[in-house]
Structure formats: structure tokens, C-alpha cells
Design a protein around this ligand. Sequence first.
Ligand code: DC
Length: 228
Amino acid sequence: MPVTIPVIAVDGPSGVGKGLVTRWLAQRLPGWHRLDSGALYRILALAAHRRGIDLHDAPAVAALAPALDIRFAGTTEDDEGIWVDGQDWTHDVRRESTGALASMIAAALPVRAALLQRQRDFRQAPGLIADGRDMGTVVFPDAVLKVFMDASPQERAERRLKQLSAKGIQATLAPLCEEIRARDERDRSRSASPLKPADDAELLDTTGLSPEAVVSKVDLLLQRYRLV
Ligand code: DC
């Protein structure tokens, strides 16, 4: 019988603490791989934008996906380095403006289809921790554990502001909060893979929780699901 490589799916909107949870999981589960699926959407959007492709032209954007040489260079304390076609795109990919471009292309079915196999290719032994919007619903519906995270938009904007300023990226709260609301609305209301919990997902609302409290809840889930 073929052995199924386990996947832990961590889904939810931006700024909810998925990065914290997936980095912690990667330490808790030695050797497990990580997929930052949002980075793939960001990279594809940025690559299309830089080539002057109209981001509403979904087939043209999707056609770019197979050819891009994407490498995630070693996990650091913070985010991973991102290399595209031999160039360091780490900083540009993480910008808020790139997130907005990614959200635009992510609504289109041809784009999602083009990235589907690329995401599944990350499933390698001993296991995969996958971070995104539709990991538990579409990309890895057979994930052994599905966590769906949420938090209030205000709190997510505040966290995002802190993360950005720690990276030396300037932003202000009000437009960031507005941007987060608009992106949520797009992600939740699109017809292709809308942002929503899988029926069998564990819901984790992190509003008002410290990072320590969040990871201890996830640790309890690992124990309940006999993954540690
Ligand atoms: O998680 P992030 O902020 O890096 O994601 C950027 C955008 O990509 C987000 O607005 C929605 C989209 N995305 C998606 O549609 N599906 C995923 N699995 C991951 C990201």
C-alpha cells in the first residue's frame, strides 16, 4: 500500500499568525517541509506585473507559472529567502503592494489551476506544513490536521504594522486596516477557492492571544491528533 505523506494545513486570512504557527510547527516536527503558498501567488503576480502582463488576463498570467524558477532558501528566524530566476526577490515579494497584486490574480481559476501541482509538489517525506487560504479545502483535502485561524481585522492590522516596521518597511495603521478588509472581502467572496474553513477544520481565533498562547493551543492539537 502506498504510504501517504502527512500534511498539516494552516489556513486563514493575512496577519492572523499563520507564519508564527508554521515556523513553530517546523521546529516541533523536525525535518518536515514548509509551503508558503501565498508566496507563490505573490511571486506569480509580481513576475506578471514586471513583464507588463495585464493582471486581469488570467490565461496569460497562468501561462507564466510553469516556467518560473522558484527557490525558497533555508528557513531563517523570520521569513525564508525567496529566489526567482536566480534573483533575490525576498523583500519585494513581502511588500503589502505585492500582496494586493497577488489577491487580484488569486481570484482567477486558470491561475489557481496553474499553481495547484506546484503546491502539491512540496509534499515530501517526512511531512508538509502548508500555509495558505485553501490548503485544507482544495490543495490538500486529505490533510491529517487542518487548522483554520482567524482574528479581528484591527488586531491583524496592528500585528502587520509591527512585522513591517521590524523589517524596516514603512506603513500606517488606517490604510493597512482598510487594505486588510478589502483583501479579506476579495478572498472570502471569490467563487474559486474562497477563504473558508474546511468542514473538518479546527478553528483557532487568535484575537487577544499572545504568541505563546497560540502555539500552546496548536501543541494540544498535535497531541490530540497523535502527531507528536
Ligand atoms: O498569505 P499572503 O498574504 O502571502 O497571500 C497573498 C494573497 O494570495 C492573498 O490575498 C490571497 C492569495 N492566496 C490564495 O488565494 N491562496 C493561497 N493558498 C494563498 C494565498
